[in-house]
Design a protein around this ligand. Structure first.
Ligand SMILES: [Zn+2]
Length: 193
């Protein structure tokens, strides 16, 4: 069954070990922040630091495992039609909109959307790490380390598919930051199989 996340919003749901989660960009050029927590203990969560360390690469794609803070594999990337995602940056937030965009009345962003959606599962704000940012296009200058946030490379209907390696709670958004999404806010679709 296909679900849709409205622009600038987020959801949380459970994913069983062995199930596959497809994250789909229905219109193209839209980022989706993905978080994962161990269902047995939400103190275990997705770790960008450990995953990048073990992969020795910052760009992850088909065949790459995503590790937890306890170095267990939470998800495997089993299909990737886009090939460019970010795992460096934290979910956009009220504070980020204030600091980077200068917004005086900022949106709660992916951070606020994730915190609200994950609260019923026992996840608090301080338990939200850097997300796996599906379709987010963050090129890095190899010499200086300077990063840019460019429009996603995803085209309408393209997807990335993950397989759960443990029972999980998933948080997923349609990202709320203009720069990350090529200047417009669009929906995200997801399917579990
Ligand atoms: Zn966002």
């Amino acid at each position: 069954m296909r679900h849709e996340i409205a622009p600038r919003s987020g959801v949380a749901f459970t994913l069983d070990k062995g199930q596959r989660l497809a994250v789909i960009d229905p219109q193209g050029g839209q980022v989706a922040d993905l978080l994962a927590y161990g269902r047995a203990d939400v103190g275990e969560s997705l770790s960008a630091g450990r995953t990048i360390d073990y992969a020795s690469r910052i760009y992850l794609t088909t065949g790459d495992p995503l590790y937890s803070n306890r170095s267990n594999v939470m998800l495997d990337i089993v299909e990737d039609e886009v090939g460019r995602h970010d795992f460096l940056l934290t979910p956009c937030s009220k504070e980020m909109f204030r600091i980077i965009y200068g917004d005086t009345d900022p949106h709660r962003g992916c951070f606020g959307n994730l915190a609200a959606a994950l609260a019923p599962y026992g996840v608090s704000e301080d338990m939200i790490p850097a997300a796996f940012n599906c379709f987010m296009n963050v090129p890095v200058d190899g010499e200086t380390g300077e990063i840019k946030v460019l429009p996603p490379l995803s085209k309408a209907g393209e997807r990335i598919v993950f397989e759960a390696r443990m029972d999980l709670v998933i948080g997923l958004t349609a990202c709320s930051a203009l720069q990350s999404n090529g200047g417009s806010f669009k929906p995200i679709a997801w399917e579990v199989s």
